[in-house]
Structure formats: C-alpha cells, structure tokens
Design a protein around this ligand. Structure first.
Ligand code: NAD
Length: 245
C-alpha cells in the first residue's frame, strides 16, 4: 500500500510508533524513525533488522527547530522527498492539578504540541515542492472528553486535534492531507506505567472488551497514509474499541 513512499515517524523506537514502522515497512515504504536517544534508536533499528526490516534512524531534539531542519535536510539529500510524516512522539501525565508543577505542564506541551508544530513546519515546504503529502498526528481518546487527572495530557491532545483540523484546511490546496488517529488505551510502556487501579475500571468501559494492540493503531495509520484514504482530511479517527461512546 505504500510502495515508493518515504515516511518519517517520530517516537518510532517503541510502542505505537515502532509497530507503525513495522507495518509501513511490510507495505514497502522507506521508513526513517526518530527517537529521543541515540541508544534507543540503535536498539530499534537492530530489532527491526532481526526481522529483516531495514530502516534508518535519527534523534533530533524535537524542541529545537534548527536541529529538526538540519535533520530534514539530510533526509531530503538522501531520499529526495518526504511523502508521509507521523508526529507520534509523546508523553503522558496523571498527577492531580495541585501536584502538577508549571514545569510539568510546560514539558508536556513542548513534546506533545510544540514538537508537532516544529516537525510539521520543517516538512511542509518539501511536501509543497513535491506536490503533495500526508501528515498524521497521534491524538488520544482523551482529546474528546478529557481525563480525571494529568490535565496537561488531554490539553495537549485537544491542541493536536486543533493543529490537525486547521492545517487540513490550510494545506488542502497543496494536496497535503492532514489527519490524526485517536487511540484508546493501548498496550505500550506508557500504559504499563499506569497504576492497575486506573486501568481496570477503564477496560470495563470499552465496548469491545479489551485494550488496544499497537497493531490496531498502526493499521489505522496505514489506511490514512495510503491512497485508500485519498478523500479524507481533517479527520480525527478514533481507534478505541468504542470507548468514547
Ligand atoms: P511509548 O512511551 O511506548 O513511546 C513513546 C515514543 O515517544 C518513544 O519512541 C519515545 O522515544 C518518544 N518520545 C518520548 N519523549 C520524547 C522526546 N522528548 N523527544 C523525542 N521523542 C520522544 O508510548 P506510546 O504509547 O507508543 O505513545 C505514542 C503516542 O500515542 C503518544 O503520542 C501518546 O500520547 C499516544 N497515545 C498512546 C496511548 C496508549 O494507551 N498507549 C493512547 C492514546 C494515545
């Protein structure tokens, strides 16, 4: 489904991003993964190599626009174009407001929102030059109804939806589609760090009766990245077992 396409995926070293790298490779894309540290990028590349999947990786500071620009220029030099960008890197929060520091709030916004802006700003000129592209963001089911603690997290994902819907309008004339996937609770390290008391009641609210697998989410990205979704833009696709309803 992605033959000949070049995809950049942030947060590609673990969880949802790592699985998406795999699914995109299985569908014949050229994939460049980004991670937060050199060691985790190398580890992910090695794991993929063991499965016969060749990818390249970088670890620019997603809060540093100049660092991102430099990395993008390197990628363009090598691959000539970027067809697909997935802004997937993210961190969560679960502290009550009294325990959340100003720094905690700023940190989550920097990674979950500013990095999406920085990456997108750096890639759009190349997509315009290439007469099109696809930008996908990882939102969350909490971008619909919030969550009872860790206010910075849902706030950041509401912002991701805003970026998605606005840029879909701005970039449609350039044949650039912008969509987001809003996963429900999904089996990754991020969820493993949540207390059991928080997860179990959540599962009870999921109509499909289970937590999402990373492949459930990666498959949604595949659909939105491919020409199968050629008339879809500005959409926040919930992949949450029906949990939002
Ligand atoms: P994860 O913790 O397994 O992976 C997070 C990824 O983001 C890693 O590859 C990590 O390198 C990268 N990352 C984190 N901080 C970074 C930083 N400062 N700079 C660069 N990269 C950084 O998490 P996951 O569950 O796979 O989450 C991926 C995305 O999915 C996030 O945006 C998250 O908000 C979203 N999400 C997850 C769930 C869930 O239940 N797991 C639900 C809804 C949305």
């Amino acid at each position: 489904m992605l033959e000949g396409k070049v995809a950049v995926i942030t947060g590609g070293t673990r969880g949802i991003g790592f699985e998406t790298v795999k699914v995109f490779k299985e569908n014949h894309a050229k994939v460049i993964l980004f991670g937060s540290k050199k060691e985790s990028v190398e580890k992910a590349i090695l794991l993929l190599k063991e499965e016969g999947l060749e990818v390249e990786g970088y670890c620019p500071n997603l809060s540093d626009y100049e660092d991102i620009e430099k990395t993008m220029a390197e990628i363009i030099k090598k691959y000539k174009k970027i067809d697909i960008l997935i802004n997937n890197a993210g961190i969560s929060a679960n502290k009550k407001i009294e325990e959340t520091t100003v720094e905690d709030f700023e940190k989550i916004m920097k990674i979950n929102v500013n990095a999406v802006f920085n990456m997108t700003k750096a890639v759009v000129p190349y997509m315009k030059k290439n007469n099109g592209g696809v930008i996908l963001n990882t939102s969350s089911m909490v971008s619909i109804y919030g969550q009872p603690a860790g206010v910075g997290y849902p706030a950041s994902k509401f912002a991701v939806n805003g970026i998605t819907k606005s840029l879909a309008r701005e970039l449609a004339p350039f044949n650039i589609r912008v969509n987001a996937v809003a996963p429900g609770i999904t089996k990754t390290d991020m969820v493993a760090s949540l207390p059991k008391e928080q997860i179990e009641p959540l599962i009870k609210t999921i109509p499909l009766g289970r937590i999402g697998e990373t492949r459930d989410i990666a498959n949604a990205f595949l659909f939105l990245a491919s020409d199968m979704s050629s008339y879809v833009t500005g959409n926040i696709l919930s992949v949450d077992g029906g949990a939002r309803s």
